[in-house]
Write a protein that binds this ligand. Structure first.
Ligand code: FE2
Length: 427
């Protein structure tokens, strides 16, 4: 028995120590100790070996455009949308593609190997759609890239958005998106959810709607999304992104709403880094922190992931493609600081996000695709605390990124000469 690649001595997220044998693009063995020939051996002794990071909510057509043509002075969602509207006519196919590919390189370096990106369909040229479809094909050997047809300026509010969103789906965009809270009226928003779900049902596609991304406690399009999911039999294929209005909703109403979302099998994708800086901008004090009700949704049986949303674009001036940053912010804002909750936050940016995107081939079991990340941490909670270095990233059975463990050299009299902030043995 021999392997193309053997990962030795890694600690899996469940705390067990295992070797992982890989043949071709597939995990062929996961056992406590494997003694076999291998084309290459990666020593992961004492390091966490996890499934790859997965981002279920991103905007790759806007990423790395920060400052073009100006920055978002108010920091609000609405100025971000207006600024994106100024940038759109300036976009070129080449520039969108180059920025997206640069971001994909960052993603690989951070062990982020699956991304669902929304792509704006409110552009008669469909320039970004065509550019990202090309990027999807080019990165396919190492990143699962899912595209969502996203009518940023409103499916009905923008005169050609409906037509162009359908054109984008015809071109091969994977998922149906929407933005009901940006339509002209609450009724139009509701109607858009109904039509978008019908389009997805007709075409056998998934749905991922920017839903209630507002501080308005009366923005309740998630209710319609759950209703249409149930009515059309789309359970397990629909996600509501953001859901920030739920932060401000009446508690009694939420007690009715959460079981409806759970019953419909609608997933929730909060985006903590962005929600925490975009929402609450109209408040004085106390100032609402616009993240949705994560622990309460999990308790109600709703599948909840965490997304990145933005990196260096009209809405967010920071970001490094690090899903550990996303989970770190998420667990703080949601006050999920028990050991079990922190471990769950790690799962949310790996296995739960993969489930939301329907990526059944990811995971660390025999027969799964051989994609994983070796982290300079002893367990998932330590990985979060340190936002641990990605020592080795493997995609489809090939090492695609490596970096050395980084200790700091101290020059202090009578002190240890090297320090590393791991609390458990690095093996
Ligand atoms: Fe978004």
């Amino acid at each position: 028995m021999s392997f193309d690649l053997l990962i030795k001595g890694g600690i899996l997220p469940d705390g067990t120590t295992s070797d992982i044998g890989i043949r071709g693009e597939v995990i062929a063995a996961v056992e406590p100790s494997i003694s076999a020939e291998a084309g290459r051996v990666v020593d992961a002794s004492g390091s966490l070996v996890a499934p790859p990071f997965v981002d279920p909510h991103f905007h790759m057509d806007a990423t790395l455009s920060y400052g073009i043509p100006r920055i978002n002075a108010s920091g609000t969602l609405l100025e971000g949308i207006a600024l994106w509207g100024e940038l759109k006519p300036l976009l070129t196919h080449e520039a969108v593609k180059a920025r997206a590919l640069a971001y994909c390189d960052w993603a690989v370096s951070m062990g982020l190997l699956a991304i669902r990106t929304h792509v704006d369909t409110c552009d008669d040229r469909l320039l970004a759609v065509e550019a990202l479809l090309e990027v999807k094909r080019e990165v396919a050997p190492y990143i699962d890239l899912q595209l969502v047809a996203f009518p940023q300026d409103g499916f009905y509010r923008s005169p050609t958005a409906r037509h162009n969103t359908i054109r984008a789906l015809d071109l091969g965009v994977d998922v149906v998106g929407g933005i009901p809270h940006f339509e002209r009226t609450m009724a139009d928003g509701t109607r858009s959810v109904t039509e978008l779900c019908a389009i997805a049902a007709d075409r056998g596609l998934m749905v991922d709607v920017h839903c209630d991304e507002t501080d308005d406690p009366m923005s309740r399009h998630i209710e319609q999304l759950a209703f249409e999911t149930q009515r059309l039999g789309l359970q397990g294929r629909v996600a509501g992104s953001h859901l920030t209005s739920m932060h401000s909703m009446d508690n009694y109403y939420v007690s009715k709403l959460l079981p409806l979302i759970a019953e419909a099998g609608v997933s929730a994708i909060p985006n903590p880094l962005i929600n925490i800086v975009i929402q609450g901008r109209h408040d004085t004090y106390p100032k609402r922190r616009g993240m949705t009700r994560v622990p309460e949704m999990i308790k109600a049986g709703i599948r909840v992931g965490f997304g990145q949303d933005c990196v260096l674009d009209p809405w967010y001036p920071l970001g490094t493609a690090d899903m550990l940053d996303v989970a770190f912010m998420g667990l703080h804002v949601a006050q999920m600081t028990s050991p079990a909750d922190m471990a769950r936050c790690f799962d949310m940016v790996t296995s739960v996000n993969a489930a939301i995107m329907g990526l059944d081939h990811l995971g660390l079991g025999v027969g799964k695709r051989a994609s994983m990340v070796v982290l300079d941490a002893g367990d998932p909670v330590e990985a979060l605390r340190l936002r641990a270095e990605r020592l080795c990233v493997i995609s489809r059975g090939k090492v695609v990124a490596e970096r050395p463990r980084r200790d700091t050299q101290l020059s202090l009299p009578g002190r240890p000469s090297r320090v590393n902030r791991r609390h458990k043995s690095a093996g």
